[in-house]
Design a protein around this ligand. Structure first.
Ligand SMILES: [Ca+2]
Ligand SMILES: [Ca+2]
Ligand SMILES: [Ca+2]
Ligand SMILES: [Ca+2]
Ligand SMILES: [Zn+2]
Length: 470
């Protein structure tokens, strides 16, 4: 039975549409300058999937201005500029009253280590100040200190370490039905048992904030009630314990974000994603864009015991991060649901095989055992027969099956990595109310830009086969 349990998304607040549309319309490229301003020093030039990103350091009479940057982004023939230069006013002069040696000694006296370097810089503001910037490596990481080059006062000091720690957790991956190739497993009221023993995996929990005993890290932030803690970051629970789903969500969200980084995407929801696995007893989960948080329900099989539920909801977080307010219209909402299902399936590709018992195209094999009778148990599939527009019924999850099937065909014809780079990159060009044909055209254009006409033709065929493009 399809559609009994809908993994829904809460989408409210109309005002965002307006804001998002204004942003969209205002994102036109600025006119390209003939050359960059004279007060800049080249820092680096990087290639991304679609263009070249060149970063400059702002200088004042040849001296670096702290925090002052200037960047150009060349995509195709268009150049856009991000001008982060700061005002330098009221500077008393550019020669230091305090010698570099005096500045280093002052810092060494406080941090207990001699700074490795001292560089003259300008701290912007009114008035701007001339300062020595020192870098001092200590047992707690490297400190950057700004010492006023006139008075010797410490203007700012910070540890430059990006802190991260690892822990250990126990999870299902992607879920016990797939791991054990067993369609007869049942929730049994959340009880653990020997039938699950071989489905558990002990994994590293990476990106945890250093020194914390909680599941809080660079990409996932546990906001569950009664959050689990472990002084030595050992989070070994079984499925009957509340901590299990908290660990599952931490692990799988972090895993998805690390995969995005490996694909080359550094700015796709690259932030600690809030999630909660307790408190909602419905058999339902949702991403709420108004607070940027995911809530997993515990009806039937606890939703966060199935990675494919976690990845579906994270799919909504991805799109909302790429396009503010994405999914405001019915068709855009269906694209959102379709992408969520596709994302769940393609994430599972990494850790499971495509078998007769549990085909890749089956979405949420474990969660759906609570409310489906046929095997394989699937909430939905990414290879169903629906076509656009005849099979649209106005319900976003149902209609999402048209979109997810197109994405799945792209995956099958171009391979997982190429398909996912095209799908994710194209979503940057969507708008909150986009239709399936318009989104399909953006996806074809992205395939063309990234991989050329052969890939674009395959993508077009996938959308044609679903009736989305003619
Ligand atoms: Ca459980
Ligand atoms: Ca987010
Ligand atoms: Ca459930
Ligand atoms: Ca699956
Ligand atoms: Zn959804």
């Amino acid at each position: 039975m399809w559609g009994v349990s809908l993994k829904r998304t809460v989408r409210v607040f109309a005002p965002l549409v307006t804001i998002a549309l204004v942003l969209w319309g205002g994102a036109e490229a600025q006119a390209a300058p003939a050359s960059v301003p004279a007060d800049l020093k080249l820092v680096q030039s990087r290639q991304s999937l679609l263009g070249t990103h060149t970063w400059y350091q702002q200088t004042y009479q040849g001296i670096p201005v702290v925090g002052g940057y200037y960047a150009t982004h060349r995509v195709g023939g268009k150049l856009t500029v991000d001008d982060g230069r700061k005002a330098v006013t009221g500077l008393s002069g550019t020669s230091a009253g305090l010698t570099a040696q005096r500045a280093r000694s002052a810092v060494a006296g406080r941090l207990g280590k001699q700074p490795a370097s001292a560089q003259l810089v300008i701290v912007p503001g009114s008035p701007a100040r001339l300062a020595w910037k020192t870098l001092t490596t200590t047992g707690r990481g490297t400190y950057q200190t700004l010492v006023d080059a006139g008075s010797g006062t410490v203007l700012q000091e910070k540890n430059t370490v990006r802190e991260a720690d690892v822990g250990v957790g126990r999870v299902f991956d992607p879920n016990p039905v797939v791991a054990l190739q067993n369609e007869s497993l049942t929730d049994n009221d959340n009880a653990d048992g020997p039938q699950f023993a071989r489905a558990y995996r002990t994994v590293l929990l990476t990106q945890l904030n250093r020194g914390t005993s909680t599941l809080q890290g660079a990409y996932a932030n546990n906001i569950s009630e009664n959050p689990v803690t472990s002084k030595h970051r050992v989070f070994l629970f079984n499925r009957s314990q509340d901590g299990f789903e908290q660990v599952m969500a931490y692990y799988s969200i972090t895993d998805a974000q690390q995969y995005l980084h490996r694909l080359g995407f550094r700015h796709v929801n690259s932030e600690p994603q809030d999630y909660s696995t307790t408190g909602l007893t419905d058999d339902n989960s949702f991403y709420d864009p108004s607070v940027d948080a995911i809530t997993f329900g515990t009806g039937g099989v606890d939703d966060a015991e199935d990675n494919e539920v976690i990845w579906h909801e994270y799919g909504h977080a991805i799109q909302d991060d790429q396009v503010p307010g994405f999914g405001e219209s019915e068709e855009a909402g269906a694209i959102g649901e379709g992408f969520g299902d596709y994302w769940a399936v393609t994430m599972s590709q990494a850790t499971s095989r495509d078998t007769k018992v549990t085909p890749w195209a089956c979405v949420m094999d474990w969660d759906s055992t609570s409310y489906t009778d046929d095997t394989p148990h699937c909430l939905r599939r990414t290879d169903g027969p629906k076509v656009y527009p005849g099979d649209l019924d106005g319900e976003v999850h149902d209609d999402g099956e048209i979109w997810s099937h197109a994405l799945w065909d792209i995956n099958r014809s171009l391979g997982r990595t190429t398909a996912n780079r095209i799908v994710l990159e194209s979503q940057f060009f969507f708008n909150p109310l986009i239709t399936m044909p318009a989104a399909a055209e953006k996806t074809v254009a992205t395939a063309q830009a990234l991989y050329g006409p052969h890939a674009a033709a395959k993508v077009r065929k996938a959308f044609r086969d679903r009736g989305i493009l003619s």
